[in-house]
Design a protein around this ligand. Structure first.
Ligand SMILES: [Zn+2]
Length: 282
């Protein structure tokens, strides 16, 4: 993936190095084992019932450094985020960018105490994407995802997709619907949200080069890297990896096949209106 000549966003908040100790009033740390059961890519605290309990307390409002991080890994997030924003600014009327926070170990969020073991997530309350960059290593070394830059960008774009859902009201609609649904059916709504976010990530990928004059662009092999990653983080694959039975009723993100399907679908159409499909399938 080409990205180094891309526009910097400059609005990334870097809390790396502050450590979990910087968080006041976090209310304790949840065991990693419990967390792994939900794994990765968009734990969405307000829309995914099963993970709501992972966020404890109010979270402190500690402040990191604002701007464009100087290191490559941090700058990558800043540039990709700016590019995703540029795509959405064209695709959605009234779009406003989310905040982006880089952290390690744990940090206070508008949704409570967030920790690295949960993977990247979006908190709708403070409209912020939280990223612990050590997740990239977990993703490729432990989950069997690709280590290509595009695989990381897909994850970032997926989280921005949840921001779009908050702006569009889709997240709130699901949350309301889930209040009157049983767990199993509620999970199907969560899955639809996740698949729509995957589709939105595909829409971003399709338009990245166009909005950046080619400075942020996919290269040969990138789509495959994204699909490998989508496959690795499908619920059935994760459940098998954890040594458990595959139980579709507990899916909250969608199966590997579904995730690949919707990422590809968004990429092929380049049009966010085609991403309502997962809800039509309900
Ligand atoms: Zn997600």
């Amino acid at each position: 993936m080409r990205w180094k000549g891309g526009r910097s966003g400059g609005g990334t908040e870097d809390r790396r190095g502050l450590g979990a100790g910087a968080v006041a009033g976090g209310g304790g740390i949840v065991g990693i084992i419990a967390v792994l059961a939900y794994v990765f890519l968009g734990v969405d605290p307000n829309t995914t019932q099963s993970v709501a309990g992972l966020f404890i307390g109010q979270g402190a409002q500690e402040r990191g450094t604002m701007g464009t991080p100087a290191d490559d890994a941090g700058r990558f997030v800043d540039v990709v985020g700016a590019n995703v924003n540029d795509v959405w600014a064209q695709a959605m009327r009234g779009y406003t960018p989310p905040k982006v926070v880089l952290y390690d170990t744990g940090t206070g969020t508008g949704c409570g105490y967030g920790q690295a073991a949960m993977g990247p997530f979006y908190c709708p309350t403070d409209q912020t994407v939280y990223l612990d960059l050590s997740f990239w290593q977990t993703m490729s070394e432990q989950l069997g995802a690709s280590d290509a830059d595009f695989a990381k960008a897909y994850v970032i774009a997926h989280e921005f997709g949840h921001h779009v859902q908050t702006l569009s009201g889709a997240s709130q609609k699901v949350q309301r619907a889930q209040q009157s649904l049983g767990k199993e059916e509620g999970n199907r709504y969560s899955v639809a949200l996740e698949l729509q976010a995957d589709c939105y990530a595909g829409v971003w990928a399709a338009n990245a080069a166009k909005v950046s004059g080619g400075n942020v662009a996919m290269e040969p092999g990138d789509l495959e890297a994204g699909l490998t990653t989508a496959k690795a983080i499908g619920d059935d694959t994760l459940q098998k990896r954890q040594g458990g039975r595959v139980t579709p009723e507990n899916f909250t993100h969608g199966s590997s096949v579904e995730r690949m399907r919707w990422l590809k679908s968004g990429y092929t159409s380049g049009d966010p209106t085609t991403c309502d499909g997962p809800f039509q399938d309900l």
